[in-house]
Design a protein around this ligand. Structure first.
Ligand code: PFF
Length: 445
């Protein structure tokens, strides 16, 4: 596989990985979950989850990908453990599953850009959401979103994903900064910040059983873990990059963009007096839309806001599509173009129920969040921590000029704290799954 593609530059890899991490999870889910789960106190839990669990786990995926320079399934065989290919397969499956409904939401975002430009939702935002979020219109929008993603992935790593994310990620940051600066001038800014970040210990203690698994689950989802993405992206990098440094940059930027999203969303909602007391789709698609309907220059602001959301969603979705295409490129004689469109067609079909009815979307999401994602992360961690072990530390050391105690500390974190936290998350998730509590991301509407 000497002609396997690589990133043209280290920055290209970092930006692509940030593009994957920064997605709907940051803009849509994170601010609302933070606000309703204890504000700044939740933020502390979330940061702890990201640092203690997310960072060791992302490094574990990087190690597998870079060591083997292979797609996420064959990587396990290349490491001498063909029986663990099932772990990679579960990651690819989880990604496929998640992308099947993520692209439906991507389609909604496309409709909202159009709706902002024409002012179509200004009259009745809730009715507009009902009309575009399910049924034939949602199917069409889902197909359009997929076509955008397939076209980028079909162009390849360097010419497609790297070039696209080099423009997309800086655009996300700049547009969000501009929106946050403008939002700060609104009358509701101080109330918005207070709602977002005021520490609230009582909510946190009342929901402790939910908050911890949610913080951990959010850390995985937002860092694109458990979907074989980071294994695949790191398979295109060189041995002379420092994985801990790259991972640190990706994690910090991802978190900052989530916080920035909160600084955009809440001042806008409070300025107009729209209740932010909702989570899931209505939070961003109905509440934000109501605000744009009432603000001066609402059309321009709506296009800008949903434009950022679209860029974030596309740069995430292409990372998942690449996971599937990478396996095909390594194992079949088909071209990248054919494989991208074949994967897109498969995703379109699996996504049809979610596009048709948001209750299906909620069901797909719940299963992903509570079962597939934590299970997939857990198996990778067990493999890296207990099977690969010393070899994993050796790979982590490559390109760092020496890790000191960090290597063994990382390995032991993966072997113990991280694995235990994931088992706990999985157990609590399964318990709520079977007790039928509310889905984590997209409550059925
Ligand atoms: N990190 C992404 C997010 O926060 O939205 C998660 C993700 C979801 C990545 C779906 C890729 C994807 F297709």
């Amino acid at each position: 596989m000497s002609d396997r593609e690589t990133w043209a530059t280290r920055l290209g890899f970092i930006l692509a990985a940030i593009g994957s991490a920064v997605g709907l999870g940051n803009i849509w889910q994170f601010p609302f979950k933070t606000a309703t789960n204890g504000g700044a106190v939740f933020l502390v839990f979330y940061l702890a989850a990201v640092l203690l669990i997310g960072v060791p786990a992302i490094l574990a995926e990087f190690v597998v990908g870079r060591r083997t320079k292979s797609n996420a399934i064959d990587a396990f065989a290349e490491l001498g453990h063909p029986q663990f290919r099932i772990v990679g397969a579960l990651g690819v499956f989880t990604g496929f599953w998640i992308l099947s409904y993520y692209d439906v939401v991507g389609g909604w975002v496309l409709r909202y850009i159009l709706g902002s430009a024409t002012g179509a939702y200004f009259g009745n935002p809730a009715e507009y959401f009902g009309a575009v979020s399910a049924g034939p219109e949602a199917v069409l929008a889902q197909a359009l979103f997929l076509i955008i993603c397939m076209s980028i992935v079909a162009l390849g790593i360097e010419d497609g994903i790297e070039k696209a994310t080099k423009v997309m990620v800086p655009s996300i940051v700049l547009l969000m900064l501009a929106l946050a600066a403008w939002a700060a001038t609104l009358g509701g800014a101080a109330d918005g910040y207070a709602y977002f970040l005021t520490p609230d210990f009582s909510t946190l203690t009342a929901n402790a059983g939910d908050v911890i698994p949610f913080a951990v689950g959010q850390a995985f989802f937002t860092l694109s873990l458990g979907m074989a993405i980071m294994i695949t992206y790191s398979s295109y990098i060189d041995e002379d990059d420092s994985l801990p440094v790259d991972g640190g940059i990706i994690v910090v930027t991802n978190t900052l963009i989530g916080v920035l999203a909160g600084l955009v969303v809440f001042p806008i909602l409070f300025a107009i007096g729209v209740s932010p007391d909702t989570s899931g789709p209505s939070a961003i698609f109905v509440a934000m839309a109501s605000a744009f309907g009432q603000l001066p220059a609402g059309r321009v602001l709506g296009v800008l806001f949903f434009g950022v959301v679209l860029i974030a969603a596309v740069s995430s979705a292409i990372s998942l599509l690449e996971v599937i295409v990478a396996y095909g490129v390594d194992n079949t004689g088909f071209s990248r173009l054919t494989l991208s469109f074949a994967a897109g067609a498969g995703l379109f079909v699996l996504g049809l129920p979610s596009a048709w009815d948001t209750a299906w979307l909620g069901w797909f999401d719940t299963l992903a969040y509570k079962l597939f994602l934590p299970l997939s992360v857990l198996l990778v961690l067990v493999f890296v921590g207990w099977v690969l072990s010393g070899e994993a530390v050796a790979e982590l050391r490559q390109g760092t000029g020496g890790l000191g105690a960090f290597g063994p500390v990382w390995l032991w974190m993966v072997r113990t704290v991280v694995i235990l936290a994931v088992i706990l998350t999985l157990a609590l998730g399964l318990q709520t799954l079977f007790l039928g509590s509310e889905p984590a991301i997209v409550p059925p509407i």
